[in-house]
Write a protein that binds this ligand. Structure first.
Ligand code: G3I
Length: 456
């Protein structure tokens, strides 16, 4: 809100904008991901697993922050129909009941996928037989959850990286290209109220694979095959958010489907450090902002509640720390950045499990000119006094801080860590301190820094 105001008003009206910004009560901004997403007409979800629901911090974090739940493994074919026509919905039902009790939407994941597929399916060699098994699986599973699931990932990961050709799965080999539309038609018949999505990874930017998905969606829309949404999984690596992610989402939206970010995580080499975490925060901000810029991008779901249980270290040894909460359920800088991008503000309630500290921080641009600007960061204590604070600022490329007052700064690449000068470190409950700085932006990049703060 503050940034939008200063961006639309000219320099002449800057003083007025500053006064308006100062007048906005901090409590006006929503304090959790789900609240701030809802205020923007979006849904913010997480993948969750039955196995962890008994852990109180896990369930509490899930319930507090997210309003959509994707069962991480429990709705996959190997779990729900391990032998032919014998169904087990027990583990998924637990998650669905939990989600319903919390008024969370449910994403069904996934009906047709080459992975986590029972051997009896992989062994079918007759087209009619496999088509009948697939139709039955979809009818029974989507039928079981009819009216309860908001979105289904009907078909998952059916295209190859690089070429964008169809993936060589048993469905592709035995049924042929038509298996996908057969799956979507069966899903619509089983649950007419669920939004039906195609879901894949490495289709977050424009490339041969996302082009292939685009052509498939275009063809489905032209021929009346029921499809409502495309899921961009967004399993990303640090510092590599595709620069054309927004354009890519928009082209799908222009075909008349919703776009969902379905499995967002941004992995880094472990252990994390403040510089990597700041880059990750900036990456999350980019993804959330890209989604908000596309009106049909309606859902953002992260692939897990906590780094503790992420799939990444199992598959990419030496990498991890990809999510918004660390292994102790503390909010990471990426959390603050995602919340900030959604227009929310962390209330800094020290009673929250894993809250990184009892301070919140807000940023305001206080002056600007051709090639630079002044900024001010205000750090506010929550319900308890704090002895000190730290703010991490990620600067835009080409920017340089040339002066900073009422704080001490150390710089590593584009990450600037600011600590108190001494007299403004200790804050009584509800008290605040501010520091200011001047940024030179010779290349014309006057983007605001991404900030996060804590109480080390
Ligand atoms: O349940 C068994 C357990 O009994 C056994 O002791 C243990 C030993 O390794 O394995 C457990 O199963 C594991 C399962 O997750 C549940 O934890 C599997 O080995 C493991 O392969 C499986 O990994 C899942 C992976 O899909 C399978 O491909 C991950 O949790 C899950 O996060 C991941 O999710 C996928 C999405 O569905 C599709 N997009 C990519 C995404 C990441 O790979």
């Amino acid at each position: 809100m503050r940034r939008a105001l200063t961006a639309v008003l000219g320099t002449g009206a800057l003083l007025l904008a500053m006064l308006v910004a100062v007048a906005l009560p901090a409590s006006a901004a929503p304090g959790t991901l789900k609240e701030s997403a809802a205020a923007k007409g979006r849904v913010f979800g997480a993948a969750a697993a039955t196995a962890h629901m008994g852990e109180s911090a896990y369930a509490a974090t899930l319930d507090r922050e997210f309003n959509q739940l994707t069962p991480e493994n429990e709705m996959k074919w190997a779990t729900t129909e391990p032998s032919r026509n014998s169904f087990d919905f027990g583990p998924a039902d637990q998650l669905v009941s939990h989600a319903q009790a919390q008024s969370m939407k449910i994403r069904g994941h996934t009906l047709v996928w080459h992975n986590q597929l029972p051997d009896w399916v992989s062994g079918i060699s007759s087209r009619d037989d496999l088509l009948s098994a697939m139709r039955n699986h979809i009818a029974k599973e989507a039928g079981h959850y009819a009216g309860k699931v908001a979105y289904w990932d009907v078909v998952n990961e059916a295209f190859q990286d690089g070429s964008g050709a169809r993936r060589d799965s048993v469905f592709q080999r035995v049924i042929g290209d038509s298996y996908m539309e057969e799956a979507f038609r069966a899903a619509r018949a089983a649950d007419p109220s669920a939004k039906l999505c195609y879901n894949d990874y490495n289709i977050d930017g424009q490339n041969a694979k996302s082009n292939a998905v685009y052509n498939m969606v275009k063809d489905f829309k032209a021929r009346g095959v029921p499809i409502d949404c495309v899921g961009l999984q967004a399993h990303l690596t640090l510092g590599a958010v595709p620069s054309d992610m927004q354009t890519n989402m928009q082209r799908f939206a222009d075909l008349g489907v919703d776009v969902h970010i379905t499995e967002l995580d941004i992995r880094m080499s472990t252990p994390p450090d403040s510089s990597k975490l700041a880059t990750q925060a900036n990456d999350y901000k980019k993804v959330v902002s890209a989604c908000l810029a596309v009106s049909r991008c309606t859902v953002i779901t992260v692939w897990g509640v906590t780094d503790k249980y992420s799939w990444i270290p199992d598959v990419f040894p030496g990498e991890g720390a990809a999510l918004l909460f660390d292994g102790n359920y503390a909010k990471k800088p990426a959390y603050d950045a995602a919340l900030q991008a959604l227009g929310g503000e962390d209330p800094g309630d020290p009673g929250d499990p894993g809250d990184p500290g009892a301070v919140t921080c807000t940023y305001a641009r206080t002056a600007q000119w051709n090639g630079g600007f002044n900024g001010q960061v205000t750090i506010k204590a929550g319900a308890t006094a704090v002895a000190s604070w730290t703010v991490v600022m990620t600067m835009g490329s080409g920017q340089q801080i040339v002066a900073l007052w009422n704080g001490t700064a150390s710089t590593s690449g584009n990450v600037v860590t600011v600590k108190p000068v001494g007299w403004n470190g200790s804050l009584a409950p509800g008290a605040s301190a501010s520091y200011g700085f001047t940024v030179n932006a010779p290349t014309g990049n006057t983007a605001d820094p991404v900030i996060s703060c804590g109480t080390p």
